[in-house]
Write a protein that binds this ligand. Structure first.
Ligand SMILES: [Zn+2]
Length: 311
């Protein structure tokens, strides 16, 4: 992929919570520390990360992973972002923060146009919070170990950007395009929230091969695919394209990431037998299938994972 050097980045779509004592360490956070390395703790944590990876459905938040005590309220401080991601910085796209701002800008620009066309509803912008280690959200306190997520209660996305290293080192999902795929997936949950899809899905089963949770997650993958289809058409507020190009290699990286975090792949990696009763996000094959469905059609109305017998 190639970025447009002339594009203006809108850093106001992000809250940078990393600089101002985010979390402050210590007690109160209901999450799980991430020990580096193996051992029993390592395995347990791996399972948890994998199980929750790219999640954001309401069901997740009833699982006890979130909802601990307060972790200190970090105030957003975007001053570093504003400086680094300004057009005057010729090297801004070497900076992962700025690339992620661009992805968020692109995904939201896409839905601003697409949502009224596809669903007859206005898009409501949602901020993404960059946090470090732990964060307080409308869904409770969270730890980096839960992976990126969308909180329906406050309609915001949360990500510790070091998660991408995790994706690479633990799950072999390398390649830069994993990042926009992850963000587009989380914004897919925001679309579901705006449409009321996830509220409905919360009433269904949260585990199992054809559960509401799996249908919700596969739909979010499909929405990520429709964004990828339209990404090169997305523009900054001045009308300048955000991307110059997206290549087949980029799309292959998104698919590789989707496959790497399929429920069956995760269970195998954790040394378990594949058990469909424990599925929450869909298999590798299903995640690939629905991302591809979104990408090939470019039409979010073709992402109806709730009314199909062929998940
Ligand atoms: Zn998800």
């Amino acid at each position: 992929m190639e970025f447009n050097d002339d594009a203006d980045l809108d850093t106001s779509q992000v809250n940078d919570l990393r600089g101002s004592g985010g979390g402050g360490g210590g007690g109160g956070i209901g999450g799980i520390p991430i020990p580096i390395g193996g051992g029993r703790g390592g395995i347990i944590v791996t399972v948890i990360i994998l199980a929750v990876v790219l999640c954001g459905g309401g069901g997740l938040f009833g699982s006890g992973l979130l909802g601990g005590g307060g972790g200190g309220s970090a105030k957003p401080d975007n001053s570093a972002l504003n400086q680094q991601c300004d057009k005057s910085n010729k090297d801004r796209f070497k900076n992962a923060d700025c690339r992620n701002v661009l992805y968020i800008n692109s995904v939201q620009a896409y839905w601003k146009t697409e949502m009224p066309e596809a669903f007859g509803k206005q898009y409501q912008p949602a901020k993404t919070n960059f946090f470090s280690q732990s964060v307080n959200t409308g869904c409770g306190a969270a730890d980096s170990g839960v992976g990126p997520f969308y909180c329906p209660a406050d309609s915001q996305v949360y990500i510790d950007l070091t998660f991408y290293n995790e994706l690479n080192s633990r799950f072999g999902a390398s390649g830069e395009f994993a990042a926009p795929y992850v963000l587009a997936h989380e914004y897919g949950h925001h679309i579901q929230n705006l449409l009321g899809t996830n509220a409905k899905a919360q009433q269904g089963a949260q585990q199992g091969a054809s559960s509401a949770s799996v249908r919700l997650e596969l739909q979010a993958d499909c929405y990520a695919g429709t964004w990828a289809n339209h990404a090169t058409q997305t523009k900054d507020p001045q009308g300048d394209a955000l991307f110059k190009s997206i290549t087949d290699q980029d799309i292959a990286e998104a698919i590789q990431t989707a496959e790497a975090i399929g429920d069956d792949a995760i269970q195998k990696k954790a040394g378990q037998k594949v058990n469909p009763d424990g599925f929450t996000h869909g298999t590798s094959a299903q995640r690939k299938k629905w991302f591809t469905q979104g990408y090939n059609t470019g039409d979010p109305r073709q992402c109806d994972t709730f009314n199909t017998s062929n998940l």
